[in-house]
Design a protein around this ligand. Structure first.
Ligand code: CUO
Length: 701
């Protein structure tokens, strides 16, 4: 624990076992929040006060006057219940709690108030709000957040595995103690293979994918004032979710499933149900389940009323705005919807406005009353389809929380629907001109990817990793309880780019790398129209090209979308160290860097016999892409998905360029293939690669 700063230590243990009263010791008894006697839980008032003792850290907590008044609606969500960022009332609760935390003048004051609040509010609301504040406050730049899967393991690990762990813990009472207890959660996911959707359960229920989604919604929350100025927030909502959909479709195609079909008729039964088998925390409340063939209904719960008619009205208005290319603001003024604007000059592109209108945020939406709250309400309708009027007192299903929603197949049906609205907008944008696509000074002569064996073959397999479940759940034991999870992974690989700069001087360039499968589910070659929305960003970076030939190498873990390393509780305790043992740079942007697509699912699974993909590499003029960025950022991981902390999105072009728009007409009216449409330019190369999946790890060479 020696490596931790006082701020880090004092804040870290507020995330440990969130359901357990703060007066109980943390970190196997080595850290104690010394609470004022009047704040001790009933029955603990007379417990011996935790004075200093060797090896024990005491965090003294003093009372805060009028705290209840400050908390406002933060007190309205019951403990143990699902806290949902998709519900307006819950967003208000988070807003109130965040305001209370942000008001504190120093990290020590924040720590003190947070310890006071810990037992008063919903656990998940507490973790969400405190995480948001730690990411945001510049005086906490070096404080790391523990991963959400260790704070709330019960959102990630099924009840049966946790029960198995409890059994192991109780056995140890009668047997010699081991240093740690390890239980496996292998490839058994929430269903069986008789349900075809279960073939991709390993991906939907991946700990990293769900943690990423939780983290992303904290970095880009709706409704919180301080986050309102995140650059191109609406557009990034579109792009990040569109890219996750592309990746999910690639995964489905890898296991022989068709692409996701949107949920566009809200009065028809939803074919796939979902039974999460998870609890919301130590309280053993279960996340709600949805049987196959259930339809959503109007919600008439005590504080949640959502009407499908109203949703349909909002939908029609949004389509009308897209087709008329203008939105009507609250004050009656109209604003144009077009992407032909420059956000670097403070102009808001249409896609950004459509994102704000759809997500939606009462402050950012151009007209919240008129265009409504479509995306968020959809999450809630689906999360409560099993008990719409609350008569069964059932909890929300996993669609209600950003940390669990991606487990449910209906998440993808809903987001395909949302993405199709964005695509409807994009269809109306002019195709990119040859000038916009070309960069004649540069030619991409050759691209190869290598993973140590053959060229242009990449390898995926199932790997394992451990999470320390006893950090989040109370097992009534000091022995660490570890759950070993199985997840998709890939052999590390490298890109080798051979690029010529045909001019006489140095050229600053942006290199964009995307992949998409070549064949559709019927094993036919896809043309550009069929393939376009499957292109997933793999990397994007800036480079100087000297005149003549340039050889550039780039590792997969340098990707512009991924978080290459994760912190866990234990690493943070040991000082600024990543899980793989490397030391984190002291000046990095702290927890903000924890946003990013998990490195282990950078590649789609592919097939045992190999699955052909096309790797598109496009070089553009960096001078046309660069933005005026006043403050350089120390941590550049995952900027394409997570933006830049307190800065502008680091690429002026529309997100997803050049795949975000339809192509120009084909000269002879035939369908464009990607190698024809983009490959005709010297600055683009299209390379066929193969991804091979094997259940076992392939030996490193
Ligand atoms: Cu991320 Cu619907 O926005 O889940």
């Amino acid at each position: 624990m020696a490596g931790m700063s006082e701020d880090q230590r004092g804040l870290l243990y507020l995330f440990e076992q969130p359901s357990r009263a703060i007066a109980f010791p943390r970190a196997a008894g080595s850290v104690v929040y010394d609470m004022p006697p009047e704040q001790m839980p009933p029955g603990m008032e007379l417990a011996p006060r935790s004075g200093p003792s060797p090896g024990r850290t005491v965090v003294t907590v003093s009372p805060v006057d009028n705290l209840k008044d400050e908390l406002g609606s933060a007190l309205s969500i019951p403990k143990g219940a699902v806290f949902s960022v998709f519900l307006k009332q819950h967003r208000q609760a988070a807003k109130d709690l965040i305001a209370c935390f942000l008001k504190r003048r120093s990290p020590a004051e924040l720590r003190n108030v947070a310890a006071n609040v810990h037992d008063m509010v919903n656990e998940s609301l507490f973790v969400y709000s405190l995480s948001f504040v730690i990411i945001r406050r510049s005086d906490l730049r070096n404080v790391r957040l523990p991963p959400i899967y260790e704070t709330f393991p019960s959102w990630f690990v099924p009840e049966t595995t946790i029960a198995k762990a409890r059994e192991e813990v109780s056995k140890q009472r009668y047997m010699p103690k081991t240093e740690r207890i390890v239980v496996d959660h292998g490839l058994e996911f929430s269903g069986t293979d008789e349900n075809p959707e279960h073939r991709v359960a390993y991906w939907r229920e991946d700990y990293g994918i769900n943690a990423h989604h939780w983290h992303w919604h904290i970095v880009f929350p709706a409704e919180i004032e301080i986050a309102l100025h995140r650059d191109r927030k609406g557009e990034l909502f579109y792009y990040m979710h569109q890219q996750m959909m592309a990746r999910y479709d690639m995964e489905r195609m890898s296991v022989g499933l068709g692409r996701v079909v949107k949920l566009d008729n809200w009065r028809e039964p939803i074919p796939e149900g979902y039974f999460p088998k998870l609890t919301t925390g130590n309280s053993s409340l279960n996340w709600g389940s949805r049987p196959d063939g259930l339809s959503v209904k109007n919600l008439t719960r005590h504080r949640i009323r959502i009407n499908i008619n109203e949703m349909e009205m909002w939908r029609d208005r949004i389509f009308e705005a897209i087709h008329l290319k203008k939105v009507v603001q609250e004050d009656g003024k109209e604003i144009q919807l077009t992407d032909d604007l420059d956000p670097d000059r403070g102009q808001k592109r249409g896609i950004d406005i459509v994102g704000d209108m759809l997500e939606a945020d009462t402050r950012l939406s151009p007209n919240y009353t008129f265009y409504g709250d479509m995306h968020n309400f959809g999450h809630v309708l689906l999360a409560l389809a099993h008990d719409p009027d609350g008569v069964h007192r059932e909890e929300m299903g996993v669609m209600g929380d950003s940390g669990t929603a991606m487990r449910d197949p209906v998440f993808y049906r809903w987001h395909r629907y949302i993405d199709d609205i964005f695509q409807e907008y994009k269809f109306l944008q002019k195709p990119y001109t040859e000038d916009q696509l070309n960069f004649p000074e540069v030619s991409v002569d050759k691209v190869t990817v290598t993973a140590g064996l053959e060229n242009n073959v990449l390898y995926t397999y199932f790997n394992m990793r451990e999470i320390e479940a006893s950090r989040g759940l109370d097992f009534d034991s000091d022995t660490p309880v570890i759950v070993r999870l199985t997840h998709l992974d890939h052999r590390p690989f490298k890109y080798h780019f051979q690029i010529s700069n045909k001019s006489r001087s140095k050229v600053e360039a942006t290199i964009r790398v995307f992949i998409a499968p070549m064949l559709n589910i019927r094993n036919m070659r896809m043309n550009f129209l069929e393939q376009r929305t499957l292109f997933a960003e793999m990397d994007k970076f800036q480079i100087s090209l000297k005149p003549g030939k340039n050889i550039i190498e780039r590792r997969d873990d340098e990707s512009s979308i991924t978080l290459p390393r994760e912190f866990n509780f234990r690493n943070i305790e040991r000082g600024e160290v990543y899980e793989d043992g490397t030391v984190a740079p002291p000046e990095s942007d702290g927890s903000f860097c924890a946003c990013g697509w998990p490195q282990h699912v950078l590649l789609p699974r592919g097939k045992p016999e190999g699955m052909p993909f096309q790797l598109v590499v496009m070089v553009t003029d960096w001078n046309e892409d660069k933005v005026n960025q006043p403050t350089p950022r120390a941590c550049g991981n995952a900027a394409s998905f997570c933006g830049i902390l307190n800065g502008k999105y680091p690429d002026k072009k529309p997100m997803g360029f050049p795949f975000d728009r339809l192509p120009s007409d084909h000269p002879t009216n035939g369908p464009w293939m990607v190698e024809e449409y983009l490959g005709r330019f010297s600055n683009v190369s299209v390379t066929e690669i193969n991804i091979k999946f094997s259940k076992k790890k392939i030996a490193e060479e």
